[in-house]
Design a protein around this ligand. Structure first.
Ligand SMILES: [Mg+2]
Ligand SMILES: [Zn+2]
Length: 191
């Protein structure tokens, strides 16, 4: 594994259950998009530590016809506005819009979105942390060569209890704990 200094300063985040409250009924409108406590501040800390922050999210609600692309854009506009107020930035949001039956290559647990991220940012994903709350996030991360990091928000506790996690999975309490870990990786002398 590359050292923390050699790896690209990029972090990949799942959205629902990691940044905002998940819902079994899907997040279908800006009003239903509710940030988790401390999550936006955590992203701001990652950004300020010099990390590019990329979101990779399955949004099968599009493919299922539960909401349209304009609504998803409005949801992400809310995310970015709230994040900006916390002095945070996301560098990109990658979306799988497909329903499961469409058999695409981008829906996690497949690593298609990760391949696209690697191309867009011209980085090797080896050693790049990828944070999720569901098994499929960790599986996609591992398949792409990322570090599978599980947070115990959203589905995280259930995911941990169920087990079968990819080798090398690291468990964190929440996105704030992830931000702290990334800050330590950047400035070990300050901690
Ligand atoms: Mg999730
Ligand atoms: Zn897809």
């Amino acid at each position: 594994m590359p050292t923390s200094l050699a790896r690209p300063k990029l972090v990949i985040l799942d959205r629902d259950g990691v940044i905002n409250q998940d819902s079994p009924d899907f997040v279908k409108s800006p009003d239903e998009w509710i940030p988790l406590p401390g999550a936006l501040e955590a992203i701001a800390r990652m950004h300020q530590a010099g990390y590019r922050v990329v979101i990779a999210t399955n949004q099968s609600g599009l493919g299922r016809g539960l909401f349209d692309a304009a609504t998803l854009n409005a949801i992400h506009a809310k995310l970015k506005t709230k994040l900006a107020k916390a002095n945070g930035v996301v560098d990109a949001i990658f979306i799988c819009p497909h329903a499961p039956h469409e058999g695409c290559a981008c829906r996690k647990p497949l690593p298609g979105m990760y391949r696209s991220i690697a191309q867009r940012f011209e980085v090797d994903l080896q050693g790049v942390p990828s944070v999720g709350d569901s098994l499929r996030d960790l599986q996609a991360a591992a398949a792409a060569g990322c570090l599978p990091w599980l947070v115990l928000t959203g589905n995280g506790p259930k995911t941990l209890a169920k087990g079968g996690l990819p080798d090398g999975t690291v468990v964190w309490q929440d996105l704030a704990a992830v931000a702290e870990a990334l800050e330590v990786a950047v400035h070990p002398e300050e901690h």
